[in-house]
Design a protein around this ligand. Structure first.
Ligand code: CA
Length: 369
């Protein structure tokens, strides 16, 4: 992110004469009264549970923190622009801000997928660490630089569910010919395992599954899947979501609009987005537990673990698919090298910290089947 105003302000207060300081102070007062009314377009239905709450919270926080100097009007998918046109709308200045997931922009910048979800890749905790302290954020901004768009990480789903199936999957052979909705790199992996991948926006999933147009779908996790009623359209609910060990959400900002904001409003916006990044994940963690109980105990959903041979093949194909993406451009190679090196290190440490602790806390492990 650019913060050009700060060095100038420091220079003025340290180097200039007292008479100029009066002018500077006058300028600051004028600046303090200037108000900014921004639009934020999103890829989610307005007020959608979880991910859709992030933009609403951001708007409220920024208005309170700035005492109304910066207001952000949030638009759901289709209200100002369609959900899949959020990036273009921010790039061309139709809206100053957007909330979305970077893998939707793979047609413009294939490497954007590395910042949303990588099959068998890093989870939310690990992604946040790589983005903030491992160089990930700098690479993400470098990728978007050509489009005049800045980016900050703005939420995470946590580990998703493997998806809903209208029949039991006992082996890789059971996947053959299945029609499934699964976006991104995971969808490409599944297609190499014999699945016919169908892409559609979230709003069409339920009817497609119910009508039999598709046999299976992934969406997010218990909280959002229950809200969509997916349990009414398929009996079997599979885990884990190897294809999306998290999806990281993004706040994208028009570069010119960002540069026009005074330094304090930039800091307020950054801080509010950082708050949203944590709160979206926390909401998922809290609500998924209750929603899973409801699905299993009230709706008699059949919870199933994806069989080991399916996971093993998915792992193999994922390595190919991710490797091909990494080789697709010089920047994609640099991004994945950084991603992979970080994952290797964090995996080693998490084996003796997070993973060892989970095992110590619950030696029985997965007892659901
Ligand atoms: Ca998903």
């Amino acid at each position: 992110m650019k913060a050009k105003a700060l060095p100038v302000a420091i220079a003025m207060t340290t180097a200039l004469s007292s008479s100029l300081l009066v002018v500077s102070s006058f300028d600051n007062q004028a600046q303090a009264q200037e108000t900014f009314r921004w639009k934020m377009v999103t890829s989610w239905p307005k007020n959608f549970p979880g991910v859709g709450q992030g933009p609403e919270r951001l708007s409220q926080l920024v208005e309170e923190m700035s005492d109304g100097r910066l207001t952000i009007e949030v638009f759901g998918a289709g209200q100002l622009v369609p959900g899949f046109e959020v990036f273009d709308a921010v790039a061309d200045g139709t809206a100053e801000l957007g909330h979305s997931a970077s893998y939707y922009w793979k047609g413009k910048a294939p490497a954007a997928q590395f910042f949303a979800a990588v099959p068998f890749g890093m989870n939310a905790q690990e992604m946040n660490a790589w983005l903030s302290y491992g160089g990930g954020m700098e690479l993400w901004n470098e990728l978007y630089d050509d489009f005049g768009v800045d980016v900050l990480v703005a939420g995470a789903s946590g580990v998703q569910m493997g998806g809903w199936y209208n029949k039991e999957i006992n082996s890789v052979a059971d996947l053959d010919g299945l029609k499934m909705r699964m976006p991104g790199l995971g969808g490409e992996v599944m297609s190499r395992m014999g699945v016919a991948i169908v892409n559609m926006p979230g709003g069409e999933i339920f009817t497609s599954l119910q009508s039999g147009a598709i046999d299976a779908t992934e969406w997010i996790g218990p909280y959002n899947d229950l809200a969509f009623g997916l349990h009414q359209a398929a009996d079997y609910y599979y885990y884990p979501g190897w294809h999306e060990p998290t999806v990281m959400f993004e706040a994208i900002i028009n570069e010119e609009a960002w540069a026009e904001l005074p330094t304090d409003l930039q800091a307020i916006l950054r801080t509010a987005i950082s708050d949203v990044n944590q709160s979206v994940l926390d909401e998922y963690t809290a609500r998924n537990n209750d929603a899973l109980e409801t699905l299993v105990n009230e709706h008699n959903v059949e919870l199933r673990r994806i069989p080991d041979d399916v996971l093993a093949q998915a792992r193999e194909h994922s390595a190919e698919v991710v490797g091909e993406l990494a080789a697709s451009s010089e920047l994609a190679t640099r991004i994945y090298d950084s991603y992979r090196a970080f994952q290797d290190k964090v995996e080693d440490y998490h084996a003796i910290s997070e993973q060892a602790y989970y095992n110590a806390r619950n030696p029985e492990g997965d007892t659901s089947q």
